[in-house]
Design a protein around this ligand. Structure first.
Ligand SMILES: Nc1nc2c(c(=O)[nH]1)N[C@H]1C(S)=C(S)[C@@H](COP(=O)(O)OP(=O)(O)OC[C@H]3O[C@@H](n4cnc5c(=O)[nH]c(N)nc54)[C@H](O)[C@@H]3O)O[C@H]1N2
Ligand SMILES: Nc1nc2c(c(=O)[nH]1)N[C@H]1C(S)=C(S)[C@@H](COP(=O)(O)OP(=O)(O)OC[C@H]3O[C@@H](n4cnc5c(=O)[nH]c(N)nc54)[C@H](O)[C@@H]3O)O[C@H]1N2
Ligand code: SF4
Ligand SMILES: [Mo]
Length: 697
């Protein structure tokens, strides 16, 4: 590791782009995108470029800590790894002996490295592995499953080859995935059209051919009208529909009343514009990609918005099509063997999940379940108590609504441990903090990316840890050893890699040239005939038995979103290009780029309250109050205010982020109980906030 180039994987957000790091004298000097990775071609986003600032930040946990004061008080004892891991293993053992292994809950950030985490939780004998996704993309996941029988990642967004891309609740140029941005820009260069549907004009909207500023929460009406036009005017792909869509007649009947003229009243978008869009999409089909959304934990009908977006794609014949949403290939789909799973080292626990997923709620994906329902189980002890919680690179106190309620619930835990590379509200509230090495200072297990051209990839350690921090495998395999989970007690990462590669025909040597191992020579577009949808009929099912069995409609009639009460606004939120969620706000470089968030406020609303641009205002909801400066603009729907998520930090250990901007998640009292029963995700935009001018002191 003395010098040269090392291929690895970015860890500044959950996209995990391939990178190339330069090393001199064992120290990383520069990072760029991996030039061999298709769609990356050397590029990184601003956050990826700030990876070294993370490594060099001394305001991150530098050694294991055990709490000495009350939870959240911030009084810590710095301990050795030996003591921290012994203590953690001992406390977990205590809980498991007293209440049973099922009372241990674990959540992470999902993604390609989760196999190690799942193995650990299985090894403990708990069914309660969960992730962040109830606060992110679960509605999209469940929408895909309800129609296709497989999840959202069973389809690829073929942006590069699309002729028309529709982004609805998707700010692709600011909520960044480098490959997606590059692919979209390439498509636009080649003449593709871009349509953006948002409640405010984003940088993505600035590049669009068509921009629709919709009433917040009315997207379902918009989409139903598009379906209406496609069906009543015969603009849909009839051949595809006949072959692949079941119950089209029921859809036809259902959308009859949802005319564009009706939708105009709901969405504020002129009927003729909706009709024109449907026509343009029909002209471009099947190379059309109507994005089903990503961060869709927003409304009580977001699941149905995602579902309707997928249905529009199906009507345009773009499911399975080049330039639309072709089928993702697993290694098996291209005749190769996938990585051997660490989770298979242990039998699958037979116990029911504490969140009720898979048995009480038969229509949800039991993979990661639904974390807010697991939190509910901590509170109610129904179906059984949950006594220990491992928050693994996860900060629910910022990522889930209603921090006060969640802290109240967590007080019932006997043991709470956080594994993280930065301070977070959750880490601060934990009993033990196990500091993870930042991604440049650790290696990870091997991972596989399914897609048109599936590949294995490797995160390598670029330099040795600056502080007393450890890699995931070091932490979990040591705990496994102490807890007597022998099969997972690997002594080196090479042993893990060897285990994973067994039977794949790939060796570690094969990663040397580019850090990745492609499993196919070129992108493979499998034909639809090679696929049977994993539904009972083998087709795309408009009526979903699993939903109906729960008493939930497959085709939900439209209910208009509540209008904000006088003087109040719907809270909306999202990303900015230079920060990731809540954990980069204190990064020295990124903080410099954007030290605080501002509240987007419509110009007329601001004028009515006598508020000037840049002025600090008070926002509040049911006794929760924050202060934030306003950004006055014509380009946001007057019913909404918008703020970038992740600000408003209050931890004294983060000197840069401390007290800057406001936290949207604090303005959502009762939000843990507001969720979509059909899609499972939280409905975090079903809150109204009051904006007040601060009287002169
Ligand atoms: N109110 C509101 N709530 C939201 C959102 C919102 O916009 N508004 N957004 C939602 C969305 S889309 C998501 S995905 C969730 C995110 O919620 P989280 O996943 O909790 O958020 P992060 O800040 O990405 O990461 C959590 C912690 O993991 C630590 N960490 C440890 N190792 C790593 C690593 O290798 N890489 C990274 N990146 N972090 C590591 C970070 O230091 C951080 O403290 O929040 C959701 N919640
Ligand atoms: N720079 C950066 N990139 C990221 C992340 C990050 O933290 N920073 N996080 C990653 C993660 S975890 C995720 S989930 C993705 C999220 O990716 P996106 O979902 O694309 O990002 P968001 O900014 O959350 O939301 C997208 C847009 O939805 C709009 N919106 C809000 N309400 C409505 C509505 O009612 N109707 C419509 N049509 N639009 C609405 C918002 O104004 C916003 O512009 O980004 C990923 N990429
Ligand atoms: S999108 Fe940016 S921060 Fe996220 S993994 Fe890629 S380079 Fe890193
Ligand atoms: Mo997300």
């Amino acid at each position: 590791m003395a010098g040269g180039k090392i291929y690895s994987i970015c860890g500044m957000c959950s996209v995990r782009c391939p990178i190339q790091a330069c090393v001199e004298d064992g120290m990383c000097t520069d990072i760029q995108g991996n030039p061999h990775a298709s769609g990356i071609e050397g590029a990184l986003c601003a956050r990826g470029a700030a990876g070294l600032a993370l490594v060099n930040d001394d305001e991150r946990p530098q050694a294991p800590m055990i709490r000495t004061g009350e939870r959240g008080q911030g009084r810590w004892r710095r301990v050795s790894w030996e003591e921290a891991l012994d203590y953690t293993a001992h406390r977990l053992q205590q809980v498991m002996e007293q209440f049973g292994p099922r009372t241990v809950l674990f959540s992470d950030r999902g993604g390609p490295f989760r196999d190690l985490h799942q193995a650990f939780v299985r090894g403990l004998g708990s069914p309660n592995y969960s992730n962040h996704d109830a606060s992110c993309a679960r509605n999209v996941q469940h929408a895909a499953q309800s129609l296709f029988g497989f999840g959202r990642k069973g389809l690829v967004y073929d942006l590069r080859n699309a002729r028309h891309v529709v982004l609805q609740t998707r700010n692709i140029l600011e909520a960044v995935n480098v490959k997606e941005v590059n692919d979209l820009m390439t498509a636009l260069d080649h003449g593709a059209k871009l349509t953006v549907i948002d409640i405010r004009a984003t940088r993505t909207a600035a590049k669009a051919d068509h921009f629709f500023l919709v009433r917040p929460g009315s997207d379902y009406a918009f989409n139903l009208a598009v379906i209406h036009v496609l069906l009543t005017r015969g603009l849909y792909d009839k051949k595809f529909a006949r072959r692949w869509i079941k119950d089209l007649d029921r859809l036809q009947e259902f959308v009859r009343p949802y005319t564009p003229e009706w939708a105009e009243g709901e969405t504020g978008i002129a009927a003729h514009r909706i009709i024109a869009l449907a026509r343009e999409l029909a002209d471009a089909r099947p190379a059309v990609l109507w994005h089903p959304g990503w961060m869709t934990a927003r409304y009580s009908d977001s699941f149905y918005v995602c579902r309707s977006a997928y249905i529009i794609n199906a009507l345009l014949g773009s499911i399975g099509a080049k330039g639309g949403l072709p089928l993702a290939n697993t290694p098996a789909d291209v005749g190769r063997k996938g990585l051997r799973k660490l989770a298979d080292l242990f039998p699958k626990p037979q116990e029911k999940r504490a969140d009720g997923v898979g048995w009480r709620y038969g229509h949800f994906d039991s993979g990661p379940g639904l974390l807010h329902l697991a939190f509910q189980a901590i509170e109610t002890e129904d179906p059984y108590p949950v006594k220990a919680y491992i928050a693994y690179r996860h900060d629910p106190l910022m990522g889930f609504p209603d921090q006060d309620a969640l802290k109240r619930i967590w007080r019932k835990l006997d043991f709470l441990v956080s594994v993280t590379f930065s301070w977070s509200d959750t880490a601060w509230f934990s009993d033990v903090v196990l500091p993870l090495s930042p991604y440049l200072e650790r290696e990870s297990i091997l991972a596989c990316k399914n897609g048109l051209k599936p590949y294995f990839f490797l995160r390598q350690r670029v330099q040795e840890p600056r502080y007393d921090t450890k890699a995931d495998w070091e932490i979990l395999c040591s705990l496994a050893e102490k807890l007597d989970l022998k099969p997972l007690a690997f002594q080196s990462v090479e042993d893990i890699w060897k285990f994973q590669l067994e039977g794949t025909g790939v060796s570690m040597e094969d990663f040397r040239a580019t850090g990745m191992v492609a499993l196919a020579d070129k992108p493979v577009y499998r034909s639809m005939e090679e696929l049977r949808f994993k539904t009972p009929s083998g087709k795309i099912e408009i009526l979903c038995e699993r939903l109906e069995a729960q008493g939930l409609p497959s085709l939900k009639p439209y209910t208009p979103p509540a209008r904000p009460p006088e003087g109040m606004f719907r809270i909306t939120f999202g990303r900015c290009p230079v920060h990731t969620q809540g954990h980069t706000v204190n990064n020295p470089l990124l903080h410099e780029q954007m030290p605080e968030n501002r509240l987007w406020l419509n110009r007329e609303a601001a004028a009515a309250m006598g508020i000037a641009d840049g002025e600090e205002v008070e926002i509040s909801n049911n006794g929760r109050t924050a202060r934030i400066k306003v950004n006055i603009t014509d380009f946001i729907h007057p019913e909404a205010v918008f703020l970038v998520h992740g600000f408003g930090h209050t931890l004294p250990v983060e000197s840069r982020a401390f007290g800057k901007g406001a936290a949207d998640n604090l303005l959502m009292p009762g939000g843990l109980r507001l969720w979509d029963p059909a899609g499972g995700a939280l409905a975090m935009q079903e809150h109204f906030v009051r904006v007040r001018k601060i009287p002169d002191a």
